[in-house]
Design a protein around this ligand. Structure first.
Ligand code: AMP
Length: 308
């Protein structure tokens, strides 16, 4: 089985209180692929410009990610994002976004990408997300991420895209913005009424919550003393979440509450590694053993029982 992902493949310029990078590999699809590739075969979909380096392509292909649908556009410029974080890393300002080759991109997926049973529509214009969704009508599990920019300038298209997926993964402030409901649970309930059966509310350093029609579940973020750069944490989280679900579905397990909760734990662990260094630096050299060890620590931290 495999996971198809469409989303930005980017160069990022990032400044945090702990350092800066003028031009590093980034993009929602990139961070997703680096995490999800621990669990299943990933197929990345999206264009890059003539300026995109061979070494960056190699990183995108880490752990066997299929690059057949990564199109290099002659004369084009790779998506570029420039952001800066506040002193506690909780606030982030976007200083520049250049769509480059994503402008006018029309995805035509290869047979392999169309045959995937799991689909992740990472953050990009919702029209593009819908075009890709339409090419995988048989996918067993489709999830979507987005951001404030698209809520502001393409809300209608985004709502249609959300109606077509099983799971929405969004920052909690964006869930409120999307529904214009100040209460997170009410916001999630409204979106559950549009079609998805699970909503994941990402809450940055405070963790993440999972809301379905029947239940509520939450995990804190893994506590870290050193956080260098949160860029891509949300996409890495989504990679762990969707990746774990894909590997379970491939083994014939059905999508249960227990599986969703375990996927939340893997997502939390993957995201915690991502923020320890800039961009993709940490997850590039992460190992499965490190993931399992931290998962064990997270389990110990979040378990409780009445004392005897
Ligand atoms: P995250 O920190 O998880 O929200 O993701 C940050 C990544 O999203 C960066 O690597 C950026 O390249 C990418 N990104 C930023 N703005 C956009 C946008 N408007 N559309 C698609 N991707 C974006």
């Amino acid at each position: 089985m495999s996971i198809t992902v469409v989303g930005s493949i980017a160069y990022d310029r990032v400044k945090t209180p702990f350092g800066e990078r003028e031009r590093m590999l980034g993009g929602a699809a990139t961070h997703f692929a680096l995490a999800a590739s621990f669990f299943d075969q990933v197929r990345a979909v999206g264009p890059v410009g003539e300026d995109f380096g061979e070494s960056e392509l190699e990183v995108l292909g880490t752990r066997g990610t299929d690059l057949a649908d990564v199109e290099r556009v002659a004369g084009g410029k790779t998506f570029f994002w420039h952001g800066e974080y506040g002193w506690d890393l909780n606030s982030r300002e976007t200083l520049d976004t250049q769509l480059g080759v994503f402008e006018g991109f029309q995805p035509k997926l290869s047979e392999g990408s169309r045959a995937s049973e799991v689909l992740f529509l990472a953050n990009i214009q919702p029209d593009l997300q819908r075009e890709v969704r339409a090419q995988l009508p048989q996918a067993k599990f489709a999830a979507l991420d987005s951001m404030n920019l698209w809520i502001e300038i393409a809300r209608e298209s985004l709502v249609s895209a959300i109606e077509s997926v099983d799971c929405l993964i969004l920052n909690d402030a964006e869930l409120r913005q999307l529904t214009e409901k100040p209460n997170l649970i009410s916001a999630a309930r409204e979106i559950l009424g549009w079609g998805p059966r699970a909503i994941v509310a990402k809450q940055g350093e405070y963790g993440a919550a999972l809301i379905t029609r029947e239940s509520f579940f939450a995990l804190p973020a893994y506590p870290l003393e050193t956080v260098m750069d949160p860029t891509g944490a949300g996409d890495t989280f989504a990679g762990g979440f969707v990746g774990r679900i894909a590997s379970a579905l491939a083994e014939g397990t059905s999508l249960s509450e227990g599986l969703l909760r375990e996927a939340m734990a893997y997502a939390t662990v993957l995201a915690s590694f991502n923020v320890e260094e800039f961009g993709t630096e940490r997850v590039e050299r992460l190992t499965r053993e490190e993931i399992e060890a931290r998962l064990g620590e997270l389990r110990a931290m979040t378990q409780f029982a009445a004392s005897a």
